[in-house]
Design a protein around this ligand. Structure first.
Ligand code: ZN
Length: 399
């Protein structure tokens, strides 16, 4: 009995190894897969056959070698296998389908005043968006992961507390599973910034970096960490709440109910407050955030003093918190996401100056600070990748 379960585990591990190599390395032959994984060619053949049976890989064309010799059959991941990522944000909900190949198959977004509505209204809207995405041709979904800006009990499938949404103890997984009963897809919920860090790690500017820190700025501010190739969760999954470090000497009130949180220094609301009067259209929550940030960017580009001063203040305060993070975890790369990336070229110099002054280790401990290229969709994208990751880690749950 023991022997059987051991050999089952070894096979599961090897299936994962081959599927991961196919996903990360792209189409390839058995011989190259054997080289890359350290498995025998015979073992790779059997594993690829099982992945094909389970609908996760396919056999394609013959390799054109250009020299005489037996051409190898090319194998590749099945491009129809998709993870679904959902994002519930302060003023919109979205759903995206990402294929194992990394291609985005469908992307839907709906402006919605989530904070001003009951959680059931947001979950109804999400369920409808997911149904639309599931109707995409050539998309075979394997799971759904929902990204929420708040403290999430990942194991229980509940949002414990999301101050920017006004949510407390919301059963997201049960609520969605009820609405999407017919799909029978596995559903998970996770913190949005952790999922955005997953997206950066799988497909972003710092893809494959073993020790990555990610800082996301929107209404709220949070961090996600990948350490040794794994998401850092902490004992109950509540790590990363860097936005609530008490760093603000002015002790302004935070939506979480405390005073002096770092979020009150560098959250988007603070930038907007510094940069524009209350009746300025950049404050209008009905407008898309990308449009509002484009307005600010144009003002900065033409040298508007108030906008530039606001950005310089944010950059210095952003560098302050970034220094705490770098001193704590010594990441190889710090990726700035959300609005920190959208206006990043006006922030980076100020951030780097603070980090150089405040991080104890020489050369900021070797940490590079870079801007995310994934935009505000990073969390949804990461949700889709997390749903795919469950299959890549254990291909036997498919088929
Ligand atoms: Zn707070």
């Amino acid at each position: 009995m023991r022997e059987k379960s051991d050999s089952t585990n070894v096979r599961r591990h090897n299936l994962s190894l081959v599927l991961r190599a196919l996903r990360d390395g792209g189409p390839t032959t058995r011989a190259k897969l054997a080289d890359e994984t350290g498995l025998t060619k015979a073992a790779v053949s059997s594993l690829v056959a099982e992945l094909v049976d389970r609908g996760l890989a396919r056999e394609g064309r013959l390799e054109q070698t250009g020299y005489t010799g037996r051409p190898g059959l090319i194998h590749e991941v099945d491009g129809e296998v998709c993870g679904i990522g959902v994002e519930i944000s302060v003023d919109y909900v979205s759903a995206v389908a990402v294929a194992l190949t990394g291609e985005v198959r469908a992307n839907r977004r709906l402006a919605l005043d989530v904070k001003g509505s009951a959680p059931d209204v947001a979950l109804d809207a999400v369920a409808e968006l997911v149904r639309q995405v599931l109707r995409t041709r050539g998309c075979r979904p394997v799971g759904i992961t929902v990204a929420v800006p708040g403290v999430v009990d990942h194991a229980a499938g509940r949002v414990a507390f999301a101050s920017n949404l006004g949510w407390r103890d919301v059963a997201v997984v049960d609520g969605l599973a009820r609405r999407l009963r017919r799909t029978r897809l596995p559903i998970e919920v996770d913190n949005d910034v952790k999922l955005a860090a997953v997206a950066e790690w799988v497909s972003g500017v710092a893809a494959g970096t073993a020790d990555l820190a990610y800082l996301f700025g929107e209404a709220g501010v949070g961090a996600g960490f990948i350490s040794g190739g794994r998401v850092v969760r902490g004992t109950r999954g509540f790590s990363g709440e860097i936005g609530h470090l008490p760093l603000d000497p002015r002790q302004r009130e935070c939506p979480c109910g405390r005073r002096g949180c770092w979020e009150t220094m560098v959250g988007l609301g603070t930038l907007l407050h510094l940069a524009a009067d209350p009746d300025d259209p950049v404050h209008d929550p009905a407008r898309d955030i990308d449009e509002r940030l484009t307005d600010l960017r144009r003002r900065a580009e033409r040298g508007d003093r108030r906008t530039l001063d606001a950005l310089n203040t944010i950059a210095a305060d952003l560098g302050l918190g970034a220094s705490v993070l770098i001193n704590m975890v010594n990441p190889e790369v710090l990726v700035l996401g959300g609005y920190f990336a959208a206006l990043g070229d006006f922030l980076l110099d100020g951030v780097r100056a603070q980090v150089a002054a405040r991080v104890l280790a020489p050369d900021a401990g070797g940490c590079r600070i870079v801007l995310s290229g994934l935009g505000f969709a990073a969390a949804g994208h990461g949700g889709a990748q997390a749903a795919l990751e469950r299959i890549v880690t254990d291909p036997t749950i498919a088929g």
